[in-house]
Design a protein around this ligand. Sequence first.
Ligand code: BF8
Ligand code: SF4
Length: 648
Amino acid sequence: MPKERPPQDKASDLASIAMIEKAAADGAIDAFCRADAQGVTCRFGTDGVCCRMCHMGPCKITPRSPLGICGANADTIAARNLLREVAAGAAAHSDHCRHLVQLFKAVAEGRGGDYRIKDETRLRRAARSWGVDEVGLPALEVARQLAEVFTKEFSLQEGKVKTLELAPGPRQAIWDRLALAPRGIDATVVEALHRTVMGVDHDYRNLIHAALKTSLTDGWCGSMIATAIGDILFGTPKPVRSRANLGVLEAKKVNVLVHGHEPSLTEILAIAARDPQMLAAAKAVGAEGINLAGICCTANEVLMRHGVPVAGNFLQQELAIVTGAVEVMITDVQCCMASLPNVARCYHTKIITTSPIAKNVEAEAVEFDDSNALDCAKAILRKAIDNYPNRDPRKVAIPDAQSPMVAGFSNETIFSMLGGTFRKSFRPLNDAIISGRIRGIAGIVGCNNARDCTDAYITTLTKELIQRDIIVLQTGCAAIACGKQGLLTPEAALHLAGNGLREVCEAVGIPPVLHMGSCVDNSRILLAAKFVLDEGGLGNDFSELPAIGIAPEWMSEKAVAIGHYFVASGVDVILGRPFYTLGSQALTKYLCEDLQEIVGAKFHYISDVNQAIETVVEHIERKRDALGINRKLERKLYDMKDRRELNV
Ligand code: BF8
Ligand code: SF4
């Protein structure tokens, strides 16, 4: 039997540790147990040299059999596998985007049911960004034309997607020169899959070219549009106070957890949960009210816009159920574990799936209908209310753990916080970086991973970097990990940030770690970097910025796509665990060295947090040197001769 880790090696926060222990006592099997049961990982898998692209295989590469039956070597096989991951990750973000585009189109055409355009200023700004002349047009007409532009981004067969034009000019020129600019999302993802079929692309460099191109349909297209539509329909996030960790669940209320990624359902649930009729129904079963809380990126979406508290990140989805206090967990797409109904069976919790493309044999499926959203949301809430009397008080143990946090840092917010309402500007940030009070910018993003001690790498790295005057931008489960540790409050700046960063944070009233949203909102980080470039004084291209991206505990294929679009944009990326490429020296060298010459950035595989801290600092200081902003002011002692020369 493989060895089981003690709870404190599985998770780094006390609430999670307590629930891991409770799960064991209650007979619930969680992801950590299953990770331990999996034992040592298959080397052919982690090395990326297992190929099942055709049915002569599966083939695996070993010293004795260095070629698959078709002759594909380790380089080809590992690169093909990696490209498929990028295609899957980009497809996930972009399909999520497609759903939002369809909803946006329906709203524009007056078929949007309970959805409206909430932020017309954002709509008009987006229209201008995507080349729609909005002047003099009514909002719905602007939306209709913009929806058409967005729809074309999926179907474009030739040329390149329009969203790329939001990137800085020099980066667009690099993409053009390298033929990296993708055509439509659908065509690009289809091409990626085609190229990985047996007997097509065998050049690992060409396959990575395809991976970078495909990833751009995510970061500089699907995710960018998903963020824009989210803001238009549901409101552009502004700073909002809330709380994070399992302690946000309430013993005397009906607890409803939203989990997944698509914001349309949760937006309406947030409204439905405040409905007086719903509240009366909850009281009628003896509860004091309805408590809506989130898990994963759906949590980030409703947190940013409504201040709805966050119960946890990826690896707390099962642990939330283990509290015994959750009436219903509502899932949609992505990162919702297959195990949820199994864990729920130990308690009274109902798992409800809502997407026709994401069902579970053991869960109840209630299809969510956009055109009848409020009624659907209320029907689901009613199921939660009806389930409240089934709660078994002997099984309830909500950890007394929650930290205050401030989220909602859209770029619009950062602009006005830095520059003031009347002089919105990134200038103070650029000035602080140029003067050295802030050394640089780190984007810490992505998941947590059941094979690691959850959240430990993310939170240690974040604390150490702010201490070294590096401002940290976050999204996804990494942001929630830091929220649980109290790092997302302005007060954290006082205690933990270095002197320079602290001064800046105090002056403008921001935390040293900025929560910028869900994983599709990594597009906000890309745009923040662009606004820094536009402001001037820090180079012309992303590759010149003292900035770096880090995914410390990533696990999802979506993170593979995200890593690629950051590198394709010229931003180095540190990965806390390597891609499945170590079986190919050539491919690993290509990703971690050669790409530097080609796109101006590369990947770093760094599993040790201390080494990651060192690499971040070195990288940022090297970029500062190249920009010439690390120049020491030389103090010259003048003698009489010098003085006479100065006078002439
Ligand atoms: O899209 S960070 S575990 S929830 S994949 Fe998933 Fe990873 Fe969390 Fe959001 Ni992103
Ligand atoms: Fe084997 Fe080649 Fe088929 Fe892959 S594509 S399974 S390496 S024969």
